[in-house]
Design a protein around this ligand. Sequence first.
Ligand code: SF4
Length: 340
Amino acid sequence: MIVSASNVQEAIQRAKDLGASKVLLQLPDGLKPRAFGIFSELSKHFSVVISSQSFYGGACDVGGSMDTYSRVDCIVQLGHTEIPNLRYPKPIIFIEHLYERDARIEASAFQILRSRGGYSTVGLAFSVQYRQVAEGVREALEALGLRVLVGGVDGRMKYPGQVLGCNFSAIHSVQAMVDSIVVVSTGTFHALGAQLSTEKEVFIYDVSEGSLRSMREEADRFLRQRFAAISRAAGARKVCIVIDTKIGQYRPSLAAVVERQARESGKEVVTLATDEANPPRDYENLMCDAVVFTGCPRVPIDDGGKFSMPVLTPQEFQMALGGIKKGRYVLDEIVAVDTQ
Ligand code: SF4
C-alpha cells in the first residue's frame, strides 16, 4: 500500500480546516513501516498519537476507546474509505488510497466472456482501491462490444459499483439486468463474497495478475465446507452468540433475535461482547458447541479453520435451526448497524 506525501499533506490540511490540535493517527498494518515518517510530518502541526489498538478491516473499525477519543480533536485514518451511514465518535479524516489505473488492461483478458456466449451484458463492481482500474476494465469490456452496468449502492457504501466483504448492494441492484458480473480486485475476498451473494456467474479481474477467472468452482468448494459446519452446529447444545462492539459491526439487536431463536430451539445460550474479531480462547473456555458471530460476516467465513467448533454467521445458524430453506445459502451482509 502506498500513501504519498500529497496524501499526508491532504490529511494535514483537512485537520487544520477542522481546527484540530490533537490528532489520533490510525494506520493499517501495511502502512506501519511508514509510521515514523508520517508521524513526524503530522507532528509539525499537531500533537499526535498513533493508535496501537487492534484495527481490523476497514472504516468499520476506528479502533481506540472512548477515553482515547475524548483526548483528541479528530482521527486521521489512512488507506480506507468512509462508511457513510456510520455515526463516528469524532470527526474522521479518511485518506483513501487508489491504485493507479493500469495502462496494460487488454480487452483480450475478457475474451472468455465473449467465447462463453450469452454474456452480452456485464455488471461491473470493484473493491474501492481499484476504482480507477475499474474504469479501464469498463473500456476493455465495451471494446469487446459488451454492455456494462455499474450498480447503485446502499448507505453503507460510498461509490456506485463499490463492494465490501460485507456488502454487495452494487451487485444486487443490477443482477436482474446482467448476464454475469466482473469484480475488479485482488485475491478472492471480495469476489468470493460477490459470487455467494448472487446466482449470476461472477468473474474476478485480478489486478495483480491482469487476468479474468470464474469464481463458481471456488464458491462451490466453499459452500460444501459451510454446509458441513452448519450440519455440525445443528446438533449443538451450548451456543455462544457474539456481539462485536466495533462501530461498523455492532449488531446487538440481531444478536438478541438469534438468542431468542436459539432458546426456542432448546439450546443453552450465552451472549458475549468483544472488540476482538477472533477470541477463540474464550470460545474454548466457555466450552460451547457452536458460536454465532454477529460482527464482521467474513470472520466465520474466512477464519472458520481457526476454531475447534463451528463458528457461523446468523444466517448460517438460522439454516442450522431449519429456519432457512435447506440447500439455499444466504450470505450475511451488513446494510446498517445499531447505534452505540
Ligand atoms: S465488517 Fe468486515 S467485510 Fe465489512 S468492512 Fe468491516 S472488515 Fe470489511
